[in-house]
Write a protein that binds this ligand. Structure first.
Ligand code: DC
Length: 226
């Protein structure tokens, strides 16, 4: 069976990663969370006090950052920063509050896109993010653009954080998501955009299982297409 590239873009907390993980598992594809890469870079910048207005420090820092993905015993993909598993650290609010400005930096984006191209060279991957269908893999056989109502997105993110042991009030989450969407959509470098040939799915009123079924159906039709 031929392998394809599946690109899933959309606003923060629309269920991109949950959908992408499940779809990847069904097809035996690798799941790549490109947002995790920007989050890991942000963690490094914060830990090493790298100013995002200092191009020299940014270039040096990027040369010292090595990112890799590994599948854990439960079959979940986790990101490693210079050999250390940072999957839990990068989901904290401290990172969510700083990641969008870091991801506007051209040098950061270039470094991440270079790595993403390498990860996708043999196809058979599901990658989610903001610029996957537009910039990283404009040739992807299936491109999706997810949207959902802000209240629903915030509530889902709150549940996710709760499962990881953090109780964050809904208003703080709404403020963070709204601000990230604003920065991600209005930045100069690869802003969040729906690719012309991406299919839009509004996930407000559908369950994760319905979302996954729809994406699987679309992926099968692309795989069978000559
Ligand atoms: O998917 P996420 O919420 O974990 O992503 C974190 C941030 O990273 C998001 O606010 C914007 C940035 N990002 C990006 O600019 N390009 C991507 N392909 C993925 C994420």
């Amino acid at each position: 069976m031929r392998k394809i590239l599946i690109a899933i873009d959309g606003y923060s907390a629309c269920g991109k990663s949950t959908t992408a993980k499940k779809v990847a598992a069904i097809f035996g594809y690798q799941y790549i969370d490109s947002g995790a890469m920007y989050r890991a870079v942000t963690l490094f910048f914060l830990n090493h006090h790298i100013s995002i207005t200092n191009p020299k420090a940014i270039t040096k820092a990027l040369s010292e950052i090595h990112l890799s993905f590994h599948v854990n015993l439960h079959g979940q993909t986790e990101i490693f920063l210079n050999g250390a598993n940072v999957e839990k650290k990068i989901r904290k609010m401290r990172i969510s509050e700083n990641v969008s400005p870091v991801s506007t930096i051209r040098e950061v984006r270039q470094a991440m896109v270079t790595q993403q191209h390498k990860l996708g060279k043999d196809k058979g991957i599901v990658m989610d993010g903001r610029d996957i269908g537009t910039v990283v893999f404009p040739e992807a056989e299936l491109k999706l653009f997810l949207t959902a109502d802000i209240q629903v997105r915030a509530w889902r993110r709150q549940q996710e954080l709760l499962e990881k042991g953090s109780l964050i009030d809904l208003d703080s989450i709404i403020t963070n998501i709204t601000e990230r969407d604003r920065i991600d959509s209005s930045r100069k470098e690869s802003p969040l955009l729906k690719a012309d040939d991406a299919l839009e799915i509004d996930t407000t009123h559908i369950t994760i299982d319905e979302q996954v079924d729809e994406v699987v159906r679309l992926a099968v039709s692309r795989i069978m297409k000559k």
